[in-house]
Design a protein around this ligand. Structure first.
Ligand SMILES: Nc1ncnc2c1ncn2[C@@H]1O[C@H](COP(=O)(O)OP(=O)(O)O)[C@@H](O)[C@H]1O
Ligand SMILES: [Mg+2]
Length: 257
C-alpha cells in the first residue's frame, strides 16, 4: 500500500531521516526500531505529510496505492489523513486540542470523517473499552488527564477511525505493562479484523517482536537493517541491531526468541 523510496528529510541541510526503501503492504505490521533521535518519528511524519509544516525539506517518493503523496496540497492531505492514513503521535497530549473536552474532540474527529450519530457513539464506546478508559474522561480537557490516559485516548481515537494504514509512534511507551499488553493485543486484533496495515514505532524490541511481521532498524537518520521480524530479531546482521537486542532485558529476550 505504502511505498517509500529515496526519502530524505532534512532541517537546514542536515539529513535527519534517510530511507532508501520501505514498503508497507495491506494487513502487514512493520516495526520501526532505533534509539531516540534516529529518525523514526520524522519518517512517520513524512508519510503523513507533516514534516513540511515543521520546516523540513522532504525529497524522494512516498506512494499510497501508487498515488504520489509528496507534493499533495493541504486539501488533498486533509481528505487522506484520518480516513486512509491515521497516526498515533508520540506525545499525544500535545496533539490534542487543549480547548476541547476529549468527548467533543472525539466526536468532531469522527464527524470530520463522516461518522456521526449512533454509529459515532458506538465506536467511541467500543474504542474506550478497548483501551480500558472510563467514559467519564470524555468530560475532561487534555490537561486534566494523565500522560498514560492521553496516550490511550489517542490510540482509541486512531482505532475508531478505521483508517487503512495506522502509523503508531511509540504508542505504548507511557503505559504500564498491563495496559501495554492490552494495547498490543488491540492492535493485533485491528489487523486481524480490519486488515489494517501498521507502522509500529518503538525503541522496545520485545514489543516489536510481539507484533511485527517485518522490522526496520534506524540509526542516526539511516536504515541499518531490515527484514522479516524473526530473522532480524534472532539473527541480526548489523552490530547496531545486536546491541539493541542485547539491551532488551533478559525476560524480554526470552520473548524475542
Ligand atoms: N523541528 C526540528 N528541527 C530540527 N531538527 C529536528 C526537528 N525535529 C526533530 N529534529 C531532529 O531530527 C532527528 C530525528 O528525530 P526523530 O525522528 O524525532 O527521532 P526518533 O523519533 O527516532 O527519536 C533528531 O536528531 C532531532 O533532533
Ligand atoms: Mg520519535
Amino acid at each position: 500500500m505504502i511505498e517509500v523510496r529515496e526519502l530524505e528529510v532534512a532541517f537546514d541541510g542536515r539529513v535527519v531521516a534517510r530511507v532508501e526503501s520501505l514498503d508497507l503492504n495491506a494487513g502487514e505490521i512493520v516495526g520501526l526500531a532505533g534509539e531516540s533521535g534516529s529518525g523514526k518519528s520524522m519518517t512517520a511524519l513524512a508519510i503523513l505529510g507533516l514534516t513540511r509544516s515543521l520546516g523540513a525539506d522532504v525529497r524522494g517518493s512516498i506512494t499510497l496505492d501508487g498515488e504520489e503523496l509528496l507534493g499533495l496540497g493541504d486539501a488533498e492531505w486533509r481528505a487522506l489523513r484520518g480516513r486512509r492514513i491515521a497516526m498515533v503521535m508520540q506525545s499525544p497530549r500535545g496533539s490534542l486540542n487543549p480547548t476541547l473536552k476529549l468527548g467533543k474532540y472525539f466526536e468532531r474527529t469522527l464527524a470530520l470523517h463522516g461518522v456521526e450519530g449512533t454509529e459515532a457513539d458506538a465506536r467511541i464506546r467500543t474504542a474506550l473499552a478497548d483501551v480500558s478508559l472510563d467514559e467519564v474522561l470524555l468530560g475532561r480537557y487534555p490537561h486534566q488527564v494523565s500522560g498514560g490516559q492521553a496516550q490511550r485516548f489517542a490510540i482509541a481515537l486512531a482505532v475508531a477511525l478505521r483508517a487503512e494504514v495506522l502509523l503508531a509512534d511509540e504508542p505504548t511507551s507511557a503505559l504500564d505493562v498491563t495496559v501495554q499488553a492490552q494495547v498490543v493485543e488491540l492492535l493485533a486484533r485491528l489487523r486481524e479484523e480490519h486488515g489494517t496495515a501498521m507502522l509500529f514505532i518503538s525503541h522496545d524490541l520485545a514489543v516489536i517482536g510481539r507484533l511485527a511481521d517485518r522490522v526496520v532498524v534506524m540509526r542516526d537518520g539511516a536504515v541499518v537493517e531490515q527484514g522479516p521480524a524473526q530473522q532480524v530479531l534472532t539473527a541480526p546482521e548489523a552490530d547496531y541491531t545486536k546491541a539493541l537486542i542485547d539491551a532488551v532485558p533478559v525476560i524480554g529476550r526470552g520473548r524475542l526468541a
